[in-house]
Design a protein around this ligand. Sequence first.
Ligand code: PMT
Length: 402
Amino acid sequence: MKRTTWSNKEAVLGVTGSIAAYKACELASRLTELGVKVTPVLTESAAQLVGPASFEGITGQRAVTGMFEPLQNPEIEHIAVATRADLFLIAPATANVLAKAAHGMANDWLSTTLLATRAPILFAPAMNTNMYTHPATQANIATLRARGCHFVGPDNGRLACKTVGPGRLIDPGIILETALILMHSKKDLAGKRVLITSGGTHEPMDPVRYIGNRSSGKMGRALAFEALLRGASVSVVSGPCEAEMPHGADVIHAETAREMAVAVAEQLPSADVFVAAAAVADYRPAELSAGKRKRTGEAISITLEENPDILAGAGSQRRDGQVIVGFAAETSDAVAEGRRKLERKGAQILVANRVGAAGSGFGAEQLEAWLLDDSGRADELGRVRKDTVAQMVFDAVAERLP
Ligand code: PMT
């Protein structure tokens, strides 16, 4: 099983003179942890705000701070780096660096190398709101976008200058994910629409109580991110859960199985791939009490009625070329139960997974899983990370797409 590796990737992390420059240390650290070779480049003003030594310690690479440094290492000679890099990430990006890049200026290492590279360029702007909304900055952003540069953020919020508005550096986690999507070379889902259900459902009994389950949405999140890495456009119908979906996925919130069914029915006709990872309640309370149910001192019984089966509905309407993937969470006989569900629900691929053991399944980082398909395949994946499961699922999906 070949996992995505980032250790053959190289990124230039350009840090410019915004007060948010310290947040670039987290980016450098997370990219390096994944195995990406990071060349930190600090403009003169950035180096006043954060020490180059911090970036050197984090990345293990020499930080570039000037064009004509003594003992220049040929490894970081700007044309060589510009040619080798898989990505130029400028975070934080000030109004000044955007203006220089838009006008093709080349008066320091970073701006010179930005002209020389043909790698994707990602800017994460951070500056005062008035500077960001100024027509000059907006025109520079429009020029750079038109030339194919990418942008992430900025966020709205409280800025260091005590104003509130757009200009805050967007969360480093979001910058990291956007950078990884740009660096990922396998784009076998480009042009495809992937629809995913994720999380659990809440089936209300009264205004304050519901029947629910332990799904965290982590599996759905891993699937959404893998599909984005591989170039798909991604919609997630998410039940209530803790996991936040990756930036770039279109998220539709649904609380109950019936709401989820409606959202899926709207999205399904335009989806090339449907992955049902949600733990959908099979039953809901037949009556919704208008007020909070009171304690009676006696046992009570609640009548449950069946919810729509979203996956089976999609399977019965599947159009030619569409690929449908189901999941089955089982406490025993995962493979046999999974195969029954695959057939009954009309899926082509199904991930059977054993739940109930500590460290895998609901809420965990791993899944003990088998990958089944309608040709009889039953691959034991073992206990693997959810991002590995997602990778295996889309490998199997890609083989079937027209
Ligand atoms: O969210 P996590 O904490 O990361 O956990 C991940 C997971 C354990 C929830 C996930 O790996 C998983 O197994 N999801 C399916 C859970 C499940 O309860 O399956 P099921 O056996 O009830 O349903 C089988 C399939 O039918 C599933 O694809 C399910 O989404 C779908 N289904 C079920 C009932 C229903 N009314 N509509 C459906 O679409």
